[in-house]
Ligand binder design. Structure first.
Ligand code: AHR
Length: 340
């Protein structure tokens, strides 16, 4: 009897064990991190690119100096435009020294500004610092004067066509001295794009019967223009029929020297450049016979381009300012409208 009960217990336990599922057959528990089923997956979308506004823009402007009324107006244009648009302007004054402009640019690069706008005092010697800006992914807009560096070293140039200004000045001199004559040239800063371009254009368009008997720099300032004209008047007494003067501030200095030498308005025909209020006054007073415009109000254009660069929008590599020539006949009428 005992044997029979033991046999039944063993049999029952064998049946129960056979009915247990094997360990490898246990159903898998989905991990909490498992991806949802394909039908539930969100549609993949790219985050929209940020559109920068003027409030995001930090613009470096290492101004070359404060040598002329043109330059003062140019500085005011940048400061006023930045203020109006809400642009952060990193401004410095290099006092007409290239090394000061270069070190101001380096400071801006270290600061990580968005864009640099460079008005170069001279044409040559910018390659190293332009390369540094490029390496730091900071685009550079060349403003006003030109540089000799390869165009691949900077994003764009905005400014005047200095060669054309020189050509326009020569056409005026041709009209003023139809029978030819001897003239002197009071040139801008040696090696500057403005002086080089104006001198080139002037020579290209000047009549063959007009001789440039001398050319000296007055560094675009009234203070340096005056003694240069004094020296010309002494050296070429009674021989000077005309003067091509590269800006109005030097013309102001030259006229002071001409007056002091006892000459009258019109004795020396003068063609100047810029179209500042000072130049207009010299025309009204009869000392200057034509003033070729050079527009300094470049702030709005430069900041618009800087923002485009920040947003990766296409820009023009070269933007030349549309300029005219002013004459004495309506100078008094126009003077009150002049912004600089
Ligand atoms: O580069 C522009 C020139 O620089 C202006 O004609 C002159 O007045 C200024 O100093």
């Amino acid at each position: 009897m005992f044997k029979k009960i033991a046999f039944l217990i063993v049999l029952a336990s064998m049946i129960l064990t056979a009915c247990q599922p094997a360990a490898t057959e246990a159903p898998a528990v989905p991990a909490a991190t498992d991806a949802p089923a394909a039908t539930e997956a969100p549609v993949a979308t790219e985050a929209p690119a940020k559109v920068y506004t003027y409030a995001d823009l930090t613009l470096c402007y290492p101004q070359l100096g404060a040598e002329s009324d043109w330059r003062t107006a140019n500085t005011a244009s940048f400061k006023e435009t930045a203020e109006q648009l809400g642009v952060t302007l990193v401004f410095s004054d290099a006092q007409q020294k290239q090394e000061n402009q270069i070190s101001a640019m380096r400071t801006c690069i270290q600061q990580g500004v968005n864009v640099i706008a460079l008005p170069p005092v001279v044409e040559d010697g910018w390659d190293a610092v332009l390369q540094e800006a490029k390496d730091a992914n900071i685009p550079v807009i060349i403003v006003d004067r030109s540089v000799s560096a390869d165009k691949s070293m900077y994003a764009a140039h905005i400014g005047s066509d200095m060669v054309l200004e020189g050509q326009k000045a020569a056409l005026e001199m041709n009209k003023l001295l139809p029978d030819g004559g001897k003239i002197i040239e009071l040139s801008g800063t040696t090696g500057s794009g403005a002086a080089v371009g104006r001198a080139q254009g002037f020579r290209e368009a000047l009549n063959a019967n007009i001789e440039i008997i001398d050319s000296q720099t007055g560094n675009f300032t009234t203070a340096e223009g005056k003694p240069v004209m004094e020296a010309f008047l002494k050296k070429y007494e009674g021989q000077i029929d005309g003067a091509f003067i590269h800006n109005d501030n030097m013309a102001i200095g030259a006229v002071e020297a001409i007056k002091a030498a006892g000459l009258k308005p019109g004795d020396i025909k003068i063609v100047s450049v810029d179209g500042t209020r000072g130049g207009f006054q010299l025309m009204i007073d009869g000392w200057v016979q034509a003033d070729v415009e050079c527009n300094p109000l470049l702030g709005p254009q430069v900041m618009e381009m800087a923002l485009k660069l920040m947003n990766g929008e296409p820009i023009e590599a070269e933007t030349l300012t549309n300029e005219t020539v002013y004459y004495p006949d309506n100078a008094a009428e126009l003077l009150p409208t002049r912004q600089y």
